[in-house]
Design a protein around this ligand. Structure first.
Ligand code: PSV
Ligand code: MN
Ligand code: MN
Length: 389
């Protein structure tokens, strides 16, 4: 097998790649129509970590797992020890202000000071968890907004959001960060309080250097040039993290690289261009749900998709591209770009994995490992963890 030209020059970058898995991807999830139960689904955070560790063991790509509070509430020191024993670490802590009746009309933006304080206290609890687990990042996604014109004072809510975020920011430790995720709609359908990167950027910039933007690839209007946003946030030094997933319609949370591999390639190209690859300041995370496919395989396929597009983007002949761009040769520039995208790196990656004592085909290795049969036999009784449980 002949590897694509330049493949050996990119293996150090590939070896350094680390993608964080979301604990909730291993629990049951669904749509608002139905949550399907799956045999072997974890019953507690410890079992979620075990599944995540399996993904890392077979791919070498996923050494860290993000938690969601309160879904993953447990003895966090014990959980961190358990993770370490399985060869992974606990990562980003996600807050949750979208499942409490008190937050129906807002949490960090609510007009009632009592409710705002309750929401701030929840974030302080999340930072306490980060202290216990050694996590660096607090990720905040807010389900806040309104459904009807006139329903809410959008300006007042923005001001209250700033005040609440400032109180949370003040509680962060020296090496901890806050990442503020945006999403253009849902569950609110008229206005959302943090709908776009500009709003997130404005809010985090008003806090300080430890506050950054989280870019979830599924949180944009159709047709949005997401790689432009990546470029701009990197340029401004405010891209804190990615929530990778893919979408056909809205916030589908499908496997990253499944719906639009070319978009993933373009995004990773801008990450590389902006110095964000394997840069600890820019966390690569997945934010996905596996409603109908095997969850462990779904996570494996996703990190492998990111790896594959990273390899293709690293193979781009940037010197030739720059020359074509600067000479105004539109066709040549596009050809060079597309050549990298169309390079089939799968055989070279399989061979490289083998050289690192990883399975050439991790999904197949998982199927042959007996792990799925084992967890289906063992995880009986108790309640399966699920999105919202
Ligand atoms: C809701 O849209 C959401 O998918 C956000 O993307 C969060 O990151 C995730 O849930 C977990 O809270
Ligand atoms: Mn997200
Ligand atoms: Mn989402």
């Amino acid at each position: 097998m002949t590897a694509p030209t330049g493949f050996t020059d990119i293996t150090d970058e590939l070896a350094a790649q680390a993608i964080e898995l979301p604990s909730w991807a291993f629990g049951n999830s669904g749509t608002r129509f139905k949550v399907f139960g799956t045999p072997g689904t974890p019953r507690d955070p410890f079992e979620k970590i075990a599944d995540a560790a399996k993904v890392h063991e077979l791919t070498g790509l996923a050494p860290q797992v993000a938690l969601h509070i309160p879904w993953d509430r447990c003895d966090f020191e014990a959980l961190a020890t358990h993770a370490g024993q399985l060869g992974v670490r606990l990562g980003t802590v996600n807050s949750n202000t979208f499942q409490d009746d008190d937050f129906k009309f807002g949490a960090l933006t609510h007009v009632d000071e009592r409710i705002r304080s309750k929401a701030i206290d929840h974030h302080i609890e999340c930072i306490d968890v980060m202290d216990a687990t050694g996590s660096r990042d607090l990720k905040i996604w807010l389900a806040e907004g309104s459904n009807y014109p006139g329903q809410a004072d959008m300006r007042g809510r923005q001001d209250r959001l700033h005040d609440s975020l400032a109180k949370i920011y003040d509680r962060l430790g020296e090496s901890q960060r806050l990442v503020l995720e945006y999403k253009f709609f849902e569950p609110s359908f008229y206005h959302t309080d943090v709908p776009d990167w500009g709003t997130s950027f404005a809010q985090v910039s008003a806090l300080g250097d430890k506050a950054k933007v989280c870019l979830d690839t599924g949180h944009h209007a159709p047709g949005t040039n997401i790689e432009f946003i990546v470029m701009q946030l990197l340029r401004l030094g405010r891209l804190g993290s990615f929530d990778f997933n893919s979408r056909f319609y809205a916030d589908d949370d499908l496997m990253v690289g499944a719906a639009d591999p070319f978009q993933l390639f373009r995004i990773i190209h801008e990450v590389i261009r902006g110095g964000g690859l394997n840069n600890p300041d820019v966390a690569f995370m997945l934010d996905q749900c596996h409603n109908v496919e095997n969850k462990i395989e779904g996570q494996m396929r996703s990190v492998l998709n990111v790896q594959e597009m990273t390899a293709r983007a690293l193979l781009l002949d940037t010197a030739a591209l720059t020359a074509a761009q600067e000479s105004g040769d539109v066709i040549a520039a596009n050809d060079i770009f597309m050549d990298a995208f169309y390079t089939d790196v799968r055989p070279a990656l399989a061979e490289w994995r083998t050289s690192r004592r990883l399975p050439a085909n991790p999904v197949q290795a998982f199927r042959e490992s007996g792990y799925q049969e084992q967890i289906e036999a063992e995880r009986v009784g108790g309640t399966q963890a699920g999105w919202g449980a």
